[in-house]
Design a protein around this ligand. Structure first.
Ligand code: URA
Length: 236
């Protein structure tokens, strides 16, 4: 990674400020002053000092992505585009992967990290981490669905879902579903149990972290420090 990019990504200084500091001998790489910040370093290994301050590259990275339709939530696929392709080049070598899965046609909040332990823990069924989805269905849902979601919907294969919440909009053909587990095609199968079908599905929050609606589909940003602490608190 370029040295000026490394410095600006850590939020320490803009590239322009960094260039100025470097001209004055204020940027050291492994103890040696560097004037040309277009040189590349290994962010995990090089020791960079900026105006006397040692910069440490964060070992773990946490990113929020607004997943578009058509992308597989994986790091590679032989046929289809994968969500990690939507991340910029500087994150490509950091080996991020999605925390949990969304179907190819589901959009919305996807958290990616390179912290395998965290991902494993927050996805554990014992943690009951909440995920909220906005959905639309082909037809209105009948009276009594709310109680059925609460008592545990039985899927086509006999699996009894954990208690979940559904809050319907007027018209009863859209609303928000909150799950604390993540079975394969779970919402689609829950809605199918009413002889109905999901026509649109968007995850709007994960572990109480809402999707940043200023991100268009396909856009990403780093989690804020606050969001990062919320996520990490689920792994304690
Ligand atoms: N439930 C589904 O059916 N699909 C998803 O992508 C997520 C939850």
């Amino acid at each position: 990674m370029r040295i000026d990019k490394f410095i600006s990504e850590l939020g320490v200084a803009s590239r322009k400020e960094a260039a100025k500091a470097a001209r004055g001998g204020g940027v050291l790489v492994d103890g040696v002053a560097v004037r040309d910040l277009s040189q590349h370093i290994d962010p995990d290994r090089s020791r960079v000092t900026y105006l006397g301050r040692e910069l440490s590259y964060k070992k773990y990275v946490y990113v929020m992505l607004n997943k578009p339709m058509g992308y597989v939530s994986a790091t590679e696929d032989s046929r289809l585009p994968v969500v990690t392709e939507l991340l910029p080049e500087e994150l490509q070598h950091r080996e991020l992967f999605p925390v949990g899965r969304l179907d190819k046609d589901t959009v919305g909040l996807m958290i990616l990290t390179n912290n395998g332990q965290l991902a494993h823990t927050v996805l554990s069924p014992k943690r009951h981490v909440e995920k909220e989805y906005y959905f639309e269905s082909r037809e209105p849902l009948p009276p009594g669905v709310e109680e059925k979601f609460e008592s545990g919907i039985v899927l086509g294969d006999g699996y009894e879902c954990k208690s979940a919440e559904i809050s319907l909009d007027e018209g009863r053909a859209s609303g928000v579903i909150t799950l604390t587990e993540g079975k394969y095609h779970q919402i689609k199968r829950m809605i199918a149990s009413f002889d109905n079908a999901v026509t649109y599905l968007k995850r709007i929050s994960f572990a109480t972290i809402p999707l940043d609606e200023s991100l268009s589909e396909g856009e990403w940003r780093y989690l804020t420090d606050e969001e990062e602490s919320v996520l990490l608190s689920f792994a304690e």
